[in-house]
Design a binder for this molecule. Structure first.
Ligand code: C2E
Ligand code: MG
Ligand code: MG
Ligand code: MG
Length: 292
């Protein structure tokens, strides 16, 4: 029998590692079941203009876990990406968001809204991705020019020629292309000019430092000017306070998203907002801000 704790003891499994492995396997099979068991949810967060009017929504995926409650993407997207489950999740998100976009066409109050969908790297590089997008829109009776795909620069940099070709096809469908988390990667002007993005989203990490950190303020201001120069819309994400909003407006930013206007919520939340007598859904951002 092996000597306990001796230097030459050979153990196949370190208990902590064993535990982590079991946890991971459990999570993985639970995640697979999440899709078939209808445990995925989309929450929607408003994107507004400078007057606080709703331009559209961003769909953000959640996992209603049977025991752990509502999980945010940070809890499961990394594993989903490693295991490839992200392809099924991404397909579900695209379809569900497009169905919602199609449903918005039915009412005059919501007909103008855009729907932003986050795309993962593996999903984007699937050979049939453009076909998937086209099918999702067509099936839902949605309008391609109101579907916005949020891509990140690291995604596009991975295989730039392929990405440019795909983006061209998506543009040909009429889809809006948005560069998410702008400023966090290797953003360089030389490649940005070769990519057919319609808009850039300033990452919330810069927006949140805008009042206290001079370099964050300078970065945000430069991004806004850069976007304008290149004829792109610039969206500030993570706007939490009136003061941040004011500064962003002074710097020339025209589109906004963040807790100040409303947190991501199930669609029912916005539906009840819009059933109030005055105005389009969540256009009165004060009422949304009260719910924080
Ligand atoms: P993202 O696309 O950059 O989305 C913005 C994140 O910031 C969201 O987190 C949103 O809830 C949060 N946020 C919005 N406004 C504020 C604010 O004012 N303050 C703060 N502190 N946070 C704010 P969430 O929902 O946890 O999503 C995190 C990331 O997960 C997303 O970042 C996106 O990269 C990814 N993700 C979300 N949904 C999907 C999806 O359906 N597919 C894929 N592939 N990725 C997704
Ligand atoms: Mg996004
Ligand atoms: Mg973002
Ligand atoms: Mg982000």
């Amino acid at each position: 029998a092996a000597k306990k704790g001796g230097k030459n003891t050979f153990r196949f499994f370190d208990p902590a590692m064993q535990h982590a492995l079991e946890h991971r396997t459990e999570l993985e099979s639970a995640l697979r079941q999440a899709i078939t068991g209808e445990q995925l949810r989309l929450h929607y967060q408003v994107q507004t203009d400078a007057l606080g009017r709703t331009l559209g929504m961003e769909a953000l995926v959640r996992w209603q876990h049977p025991r752990q409650g509502l999980l945010v993407p940070g809890n499961f997207i990394p594993l989903a990406e490693e295991t490839g489950i992200i392809l099924d999740i991404g397909r579900w998100v695209l379809k569900t968001a497009c169905d919602q976009l199609g449903a918005w066409q039915v009412r005059s109050e919501t007909r103008h809204l855009t729907m932003a969908v986050n795309v993962s790297t593996r999903q984007f590089y699937q050979t049939d991705f453009v076909a998937q997008v086209k099918a999702a829109i067509t099936t839902a009776g949605g309008v391609p020019t109101q579907l916005k795909l949020e891509l990140t620069e690291s995604m596009v940099l991975q295989d730039m020629d392929n990405a440019i070709a795909k983006m061209g096809e998506l543009k040909a469908l009429g889809v809006i292309l948005s560069m998410d988390d702008f400023g966090t990667g290797y953003s360089s002007l030389s490649y940005l000019k070769n990519l057919p993005f319609d808009q850039i989203k300033i990452d919330k990490s810069f927006v949140q430092g805008i009042e206290s950190n001079r370099s964050d303020a300078l970065i945000v201001h430069s991004i806004i000017n850069l976007g304008k120069t290149m004829g792109m819309h610039v969206v500030a994400e993570g706007v939490e306070t009136a003061a941040q909003l004011e500064l962003l407006k002074e710097m020339g930013c025209t589109e906004f998203q963040g807790y100040y206007f409303g947190k991501p919520r199930p669609v029912e939340h916005w539906r009840s907002e819009s059933s109030r007598p005055a105005g389009p859904p969540a256009s009165r951002h004060n009422s949304a801000a009260h719910q924080r």
